[in-house]
Structures are given as structure tokens and as C-alpha cells.
Design a protein around this ligand. Sequence first.
Ligand code: PGA
Length: 251
Amino acid sequence: MKRKKIVAGNWKMNKTFQEGIQLADAIVTQMPLTDVTVILGTPAIHLKEVGNRVKYFSGIHIAAQNCHAEKRGAFTGEISTEMIDSIGAEYVIIGHSERREYFQETNDLLAKKVDAVLKQGLIPIFCCGESLEIREKNKHKKYVKKQLQEGLFHLKAKKFSKVVIAYEPIWAIGTGVTASPEQAQEMHKFIRKQVADQYSKKVADKTSILYGGSVKPANAKELFGQADVDGGLVGGASLKANDFIEIISAF
Ligand code: PGA
């Protein structure tokens, strides 16, 4: 089964507008010929112009890093799926561990955000993953299963089949510690099995599951070489064009 290979950059709250445009231009200039779907998850302010810079590259797409669950209204400071759609972004990162932790985003709220994203015709990149504490107690599978059940598994198969999943163990995010290829594969296989049990093997085989957490040029090839790892959600290394391009080329 051929699944979409994806490398998504998550710029988080980094880069001024001007720096962001420079980065996007540098990525475009060095972009290799590839069948990898490349996604730039930029700050909301940068999205439209980064979108303009990449629009002639059919393999490069843009993503918002968050959205509100409501379509519009009195929610000062928030960004809706309708707005994200209106500037040409196609993806929205949902439930990143930083959103869950610092902005108290619960599985219930994330389920609503997933619905809003799909209703708008956009694609959610749904993040899941455990903390070090949970892993040390050997509860990581149970924990991730609950995140999937409560955040995604309310969807009907047809809608679910649009979703991209990102497994990001919190202990590997921004720490320089990467899950070993075996640890990543074990969790990705587990996640795919949950999808197969909930929907079908056919749906599971088509779902792209990305690994996130200190992906860098030095480890990308080995991670992407795992049977159930379909790409990466890349934070720190997506802020340097050379590193990001090397990661794309690692497939
Ligand atoms: P990192 O971040 O690559 O800097 O560890 C990944 C992420 O948070 O998506």
C-alpha cells in the first residue's frame, strides 16, 4: 500500500515575517525533485505570503499551527478555519503537545477542532504522544490510544481517511533526544493497529503517520526507513533551509 510521504515543518513562534519569507524562498530555491509532500506550518501572520512564494510548487503546501473550533464570532485573538481556508492553506496542525500543555487543550476540544477543520475542507495533522513520566510508567500505549479515541475516533471512516496523524513523544520534542527508530516504529505500528481496529485495515494502510521529536538530517533516513513511519513533523530543523531540505531528501 502506497501512503503519502510527508515532511511538515512546524515553525512554532519563530521568525519575523521578513525572516519567514527568506526561509520560504531558500526552501523553494533548494527544493529537490521529490514525491514527498512538503508542508510549511508557519505562524498565521506569514501564511499568505509564504503561500504566494510556494504556489508554483505543486508539492509544497502551507499549514496553520492551530485554529478555533467555531467558524466565526466574538473570540478575540483567534483564527478560524474559514480564514485559514481563505488564504489558501490546506492543512492545520491540531493538538500539538504545546497547545495541550500550555493552552489546556483537551481531547474533547481537539475533537471539535478536528470537526471544524474537516468541515472547512482542510486536512488536520492530529498530534498525539506521551510525556516521559507516562512512558516511564509504561502507560504510553494506553495514553495515546485514549488521545486517538477521544480526539479522532468519533469521525466516520470517510472523514477519518483525510486525517494525517503525527506521533510526537513529548520527551523527544526540542530536547535533542530522538525516539530510536525501533521505539518510533513500535508506536506507529500500534497507532495503525488502533486505526485498523476502529475502521478497517484498508483505512489504516492509507493513513500517513508522521514522527515528530528532534528529527534532524542525521536521523531522518533511519526514522523514515521504518515500515510505519510515513514522514516527519519537524520543529527546530525546519527553521534552517539546508537542514529541512536534507530531511526531505532523506526519503
Ligand atoms: P522538534 O519539534 O523537531 O524541535 O523536536 C517537533 C515538534 O514539536 O513538532
